[in-house]
Design a protein around this ligand. Structure first.
Ligand code: GRF
Length: 212
């Protein structure tokens, strides 16, 4: 994690509505993030994320994930890697991508695959983290942007933002409040990556001090 990349070429993988992709696009368009959104890929043919990207003129494709249901592996993984490479991607951003990514993608983009998770990791990895937080009764949850490794939501943490849990929260209201913070966290994490300020020391992702 040493070289400074002046302008990231981002490829987003998502399965859902794409609000995080939108926050990244907004940051780029507002000049707050030195990056190009090179392409958006989805495993879901009619995912909102594809429609949102196309409205902004971003190349967006459904890429067949078959034959697997929960992971990106084998020939499907190769299809994703090839499409990302065709678009000159150097940084892969998982934004609501509902599949476990495997070694092939991580090896193709070493230290350049990021994910956002709707909880303060290592608490509540996996699915419906906001529901897990409510069920456990925590008073504070949040979101985490992290590098992806071969585990589930287990890679080195880049940044986290907190969200209070209210007594009258429902799963939907809590998730909505977490998403407000996600939309700040992802562009900020990518800005730090683009500026070359991040360095990894084991599991710790640290900010390079001036001149270091
Ligand atoms: C986000 O809450 C993210 O943390 C989780 O999936 C959701 C995706 O939302 N991994 P969106 O598609 O970006 O709106």
């Amino acid at each position: 994690m040493s070289a400074t990349i002046s302008r990231l070429r981002i490829g987003v993988l998502g399965s859902g509505s794409g609000s995080n992709m939108q926050s990244i696009l907004d940051a780029i368009e507002a000049g707050r993030l030195e990056a190009v959104l090179a392409c958006v890929l989805s495993d879901v043919p009619d995912a909102g994320i594809l429609e949102r990207a196309r409205r902004h003129g971003v190349p967006a494709f459904h890429v067949d994930p078959a034959p697997f249901r929960t992971k990106l592996d084998g020939e499907a993984e190769q299809r994703y890697i090839a499409t990302l490479r065709q678009h000159g991607v150097d940084t892969v951003v998982l934004a609501g991508f509902m599949r476990i990514v495997k070694r092939g993608l991580l090896t193709a983009f070493p230290q350049r695959v990021l994910n956002i998770h709707p909880a303060l990791l290592p608490s509540f990895p996996g699915l419906a983290a906001w529901q897990q937080a409510l069920d456990h009764g925590v008073k504070i949850t949040g979101c985490t942007v992290h590098f992806v490794d071969e585990g589930t939501d287990s890679g080195p943490i880049i940044l986290q933002r907190c969200v209070p849990v209210k007594d009258d929260d429902t799963p939907a209201s809590l998730h909505a409040r977490i998403q407000v913070e996600e939309h700040l966290a992802y562009p900020e994490a990518l800005r730090l990556l683009a500026s070359g300020q991040l360095r990894c020391e084991g599991r710790r992702v640290l900010l390079r001090s001036n001149g270091a």
